[in-house]
Design a binder for this molecule. Sequence first.
Ligand code: FAD
Length: 393
Amino acid sequence: MGRLVDLGYPVTWIDPSFSIGRMGQYYREVPANTLNSDFLVALMMCKSFQFEQHQARRRLTGQPVMAQWDGDQCYPLGAFVECLEDCTKELLPLTKAMFGTVTSMSKTSGSGWKIEVAPSSNQHVHRHAYSTSASQVVTCEADVVILMCGSKPVCLPGLPQLNDTDGKRTIQHTTTDTPTHTTTFTTFHPLDQLVCPKYVNTLIHTNPTLRTQTWGVIGSSHSGMLVVKNLVESGVSRVVSYYRSPMKFMHITPTGCKKYQGIGLKGPVGDWVKAQLQLQQPAFKLIQVKTTTDWSQQLVRDGVQHGVMAVGYKRDVQFPVYVDGLAVARGEYDGYDKMTGEICVQDKKIGLFGGGIAFPQDLVDDEGEVEPWVGFKRSIEQTDLMIKVHEGY
Ligand SMILES: Cc1cc2nc3c(=O)[nH]c(=O)nc-3n(C[C@H](O)[C@H](O)[C@H](O)COP(=O)(O)OP(=O)(O)OC[C@H]3O[C@@H](n4cnc5c(N)ncnc54)[C@H](O)[C@@H]3O)c2cc1C
């Protein structure tokens, strides 16, 4: 939005609450894996954010001022979220902002997009938001649409399919290979809550028996290892970390190539894991699993009473998209251009792009290895590519 507004494009901006997505909802207490200096560079990339003015105001009113903090450190994401809230306040009056949820989109050849929006109830929060009556579904039009709908945690088949509104869910395992049938239980907890150190600390301290029970965390990339760290630091004594392929850490090779900037462990979580792995007895147990692992058997074998699935995030586009009357198959999204984010339907350009965590870019390192990459600065740079592609239509 910042880049489009800077360049003077008329933009309709649609979101149910404009409250900084999952970061604003769940990750404020989560330690960032981005250096403060990198966040600052990104926040200064768009004039319309008025970042420096907001930092000056914060200084005067005694609020956190990221610009005064150590650039080489990673801080909890909350400070960055507050800056994004400042940016949002600046951008809302400069766009046609609609508090609502997109319920469908359609386009016919030779014309623009028609976007159906169901209004949400909390539009009063920002006085600049475009107002609709509470029950009215509104249709708006656009030549180009950028989908930045976010991603949600993946749940493994055969294990509880937790969604955003679910709390924990318990599954029962019955083993029949012993003379007597044994029944055990594993309670699965939502990843978005367990990545928060404060949430885990409160959970464990208000239920002390959880501290002595066995926890299994499936997945060993950033979110998974953050959950392991949160549990260990809250006093849980038996934590199993299940991994499929060996952990990757962000590092710089002797020839100066930056490896695994996107997918590698880094920041405070990466440092903690590295330090643990150097100990003779790390505070968690690592167990390698296969894609074909029977989770019920595995969890019973390891006596896991509490589980967390940290096996990645999947795109969350919940509404149908029609082109010339035909619904766009979900598979078409997978074929998006990994640099520009452009989504074509049967190789036809339709003025549709994807960005943010739902549509990561490909980052090719100096050794030619490709990894998925998301990030605030990248999103701004990617907007320039989207504009270039669109202008070439
Ligand atoms: C543990 C953890 C640590 C992280 N640390 C960092 C970090 O240090 N640095 C960093 O850069 N990133 C970090 N991230 C990643 C970061 O949180 C995500 O990249 C970022 O939140 C993605 O933003 P997004 O806008 O793509 O999606 P989201 O934040 O999910 O936002 C999507 C928005 O789209 C809206 N939406 C969805 N569907 C509709 C619809 N139908 N109609 C209208 N609106 C809709 C949603 O309401 C939401 O507001 C971290 C993530 C995790 C899990």
